[in-house]
Ligand binder design. Sequence first.
Ligand SMILES: NC(=O)c1ccc[n+]([C@@H]2O[C@H](COP(=O)([O-])OP(=O)(O)OC[C@H]3O[C@@H](n4cnc5c(N)ncnc54)[C@H](O)[C@@H]3O)[C@@H](O)[C@H]2O)c1
Length: 364
Amino acid sequence: MGDYRILVLPGDGIGPEVTAEGVRALQTVGARFGHTFELSEDLVGGAAIDAHGTALRQETIDAARLADAVLWGAVGGPQWDDPRGSVRPEQAILGIRAALGLWANLRPVRVDAALVGNSTLRPEVLAGVDIVVIRELTSGVYFGKPQERRTIEGRREAVDTMYYNETEVARVAHLGFQLARGRRGRLASVDKANVLDTSRLWREVVMEIRPQYPDVTYENVLVDAMAMHLIRRPAAFDVVITENLFGDILTDEASMLAGSLGMLPSASLRAGAGEATGLGLYEPIHGSAPDIAGQGIANPIGMLRCVALLLRHSLGLEAEAAAVEAAVGATIESGLRTADIAASGERPVSTREMADAVLGRISG
Ligand SMILES: NC(=O)c1ccc[n+]([C@@H]2O[C@H](COP(=O)([O-])OP(=O)(O)OC[C@H]3O[C@@H](n4cnc5c(N)ncnc54)[C@H](O)[C@@H]3O)[C@@H](O)[C@H]2O)c1
């Protein structure tokens, strides 16, 4: 029996549609396992720009700091897409990650056996794929300074700065080794050490930490090679650690192994694996999908899997997390499909129908 505070930030497009199902999943878990989830909600992204003139208000950050976990839908949409605009919906997600110090982004990528046919890859390549990518989230080229556009002698130029220090690298390395220990015991660290100084520091620090985890098999992989391996032999990887920009690209590539963006969750954390729980932000990997927003057809599974990660990583409720994941697995096995994962000729179900089927299978 526990009492937990969850801040719900639905955002834009399909964000509110899938987040509503995440909230129902939390309420179902609460009822079946005897927990109380105190839920509060706020606007972020385009919705917050329209209402308050900013994508992320200080009040929202303050509320997040007081919560046990944050559930995030998605932000963005064509109506806020002016590249010259000074306020953009995406500032909300970068801003909240930075404000909360969420330095690790975990993306588990598992291929559901029943959905192997959805991928563009051959079934034998996908058999046994079960990867967790840990992307460093609060440093690297997205945050390094200077980051600016300028005009020098009449010519436009721009500069971004890739920066890392050893503390930022070490905490990701420890998290990677510790997670690998609880899984299949393999860690791959991805860098570009043949070219970049930040990558040489990254590799050096990870190699210094490695002797503390003699039970974990370790390899360094160059990012360009990794882009290839993820398609040729994805089942060879267990836990993968990498810096912010490489992680952004590789996690989208890895997500396609699962067939649809709508299937996968992510967790942004600041607690190391050694610490049981900590404030985290949980969001499906997809965006606001303006092309299908408002139709009630978005796949809610990525969001429902976020709820499982939230229960596990921020609240330490492993049995409850496993119950949600088992309910998702059984629903996929039963053949229910939203439009994004339906084969041609299959009748797709709505967001609500898919979520109802999962919620009905969550047993305490
Ligand atoms: N963290 C975030 O909030 C986040 C992440 C990525 C993109 N975005 C924003 O989302 C907006 C749209 O971006 P995009 O179109 O490149 O990516 P997207 O993920 O929103 O959509 C890509 C494609 O996948 C489909 N799709 C995505 N989620 C789905 C789901 N749950 N069920 C069924 N189909 C789904 C969409 O219909 C679309 O065809 C942009 O403004 C972008 O900046 C936000």
